[in-house]
Design a binder for this molecule. Structure first.
Ligand code: SF4
Ligand code: SF4
Length: 203
């Protein structure tokens, strides 16, 4: 029971009614919390959940591993010789990726590796449900990093008023020597030939 002294100290009956009104008002407002894991949260498409690897694009250049502030990217590769495609041609060499692993127990999700990759081999996925009981299982090898690619959202559409991408502009440039515009465009006008001045005309 609330004593007279108590009600006086807290503002009396009007104070109690005010508190009840606040409680009633708050109870009727829509909630902003989601009952995870029963209800999946709606995450922004650029959320930093996990890093996915597109192995086909990786050239083992090591740039991401060198720039990672936590040193939690491990890459092993070897060189492979590709025979010449034409007789008398030169052999070529290419890197073959043997191991690509990220230790997510050390990663601080800064995104530097994704930013510096010159070949678009790393992507953010909003997937975050990969907690482990054993911390050692947070070391994801390249097969597991590759599986995350399925959860990477598509890139946003280009702005309608944005400049034409350099690749598209290069593809639309006239092909050399043909005088034709790539993609079935109109033929180039012929070059102007300067008329020869005959010596007799000058004399
Ligand atoms: S997000 Fe940052 S810390 Fe994590 S692997 Fe990439 S560079 Fe390293
Ligand atoms: S992921 Fe990118 S930066 Fe890292 S080794 Fe492969 S190509 Fe180089």
């Amino acid at each position: 029971m609330v004593s007279e002294k108590d009600t006086r100290g807290r503002g009396g009956l009007p104070g109690v009614l005010k508190g009840l009104a606040t409680t009633a008002r708050t109870a009727l407002r829509p909630t902003h919390t989601a009952e995870y894991p029963d209800v999946a949260p709606e995450l922004p498409p650029r959320s930093r959940g996990v890093i996915a690897l597109l192995e086909e694009n990786c050239t083992s250049c090591m740039l991401c591993a060198r720039e990672c502030p936590d040193w939690c990217i491990y890459i092993d590769s070897h060189k492979e010789t590709i025979p010449a495609s034409t007789p008398g041609g030169r052999e070529r060499q290419r890197n073959v990726l043997d191991r690509f692993a990220i230790d997510f127990s050390l990663c601080m999700y800064c995104g530097i590796c994704i930013e510096v990759c010159p070949f678009d081999a790393l992507f953010w996925s909003p997937q975050f449900e990969y907690a482990e009981v054993d911390i050692r299982d947070l070391l994801h090898e390249k097969d597991r990093l590759g599986e995350w690619m399925r959860t990477v959202p598509p890139p946003p559409a280009l702005d309608e008023k944005a400049a034409e991408p350099a690749e598209v502009a290069a593809a639309n440039r006239p092909a050399r020597g043909t005088g034709l515009v790539a993609g079935g465009g109109a033929a180039r006008p012929p070059r102007t030939v300067r008329p020869r001045v005959v010596r007799e005309e000058l004399e």
